[in-house]
Design a protein around this ligand. Structure first.
Ligand code: ADP
Length: 166
């Protein structure tokens, strides 16, 4: 059984992430979406919330019933070994992503030679979409409906509302 891991912060999941999930799930028998706990940046959503948002978004997507969602911290290679994964999935939006991703992919392969990274180039309509841009727009109450799945729109706005009311 070919197992792949798509790791990331997913803070929050965007249409760009969803596009990669749908395409990558066809490549492997099982795709584990690995939600990173110990992100160096302080996340907007807790890891439990990010997992729940991904569950909500992927629940009714046809052809993606080979997806699992799990959180992890520590080294990606350790998580991958524990899950018996042989493929890491990453997305490339621009040439600026490439330099960083190449270094990480080579390092991970060195640490665990049975692990290879497969890159998906972004679909053009999502090439400019990132979680950080979504957060920036939502923070000022702007329209993020073109960037994230509809089922989680309100949760993102509510999160900023709750932050403001503290
Ligand atoms: P990280 O903090 O690990 O970069 P992200 O949640 O920002 O986590 O992204 C996870 C993965 O998804 C990365 O490989 C990133 O390049 C990819 N990705 C993010 N947004 C898009 C997009 N719009 N199109 C394609 N890939 C994307």
């Amino acid at each position: 059984m070919k197992i792949g891991i798509y790791p990331g912060s997913f803070d929050p999941i965007t249409l760009g992430h969803l596009d990669i999930i749908i395409r990558a799930s066809k490549l492997v028998d099982k795709l584990i979406i690995g939600v990173l706990k110990n992100s160096s940046k302080k996340p907007l959503f807790t890891v439990e919330e990010r997992v729940e948002l991904i569950e909500r978004v992927t629940k009714n997507v046809p052809g993606t019933n080979n997806i699992e969602i799990a959180s992890f911290d520590g080294l990606l290679v350790d998580f991958a070994k524990k899950q018996n994964a042989t493929i890491i999935v990453r997305g490339l939006r621009a040439i600026t992503d490439f330099e960083y991703e190449l270094q990480i992919a080579q390092t991970n392969h060195k640490l665990c030679p049975s692990l290879d990274t497969v890159f998906f180039t972004t679909s053009v309509e999502y090439s400019y979409v990132s979680s950080s841009v979504v957060r920036e727009i939502a923070c000022y109450g702007g329209d993020i409906s073109q960037f994230i799945p509809e089922s989680i729109l309100q949760s993102v706005y509510d999160k900023y509302k709750s932050i403001r009311s503290v």
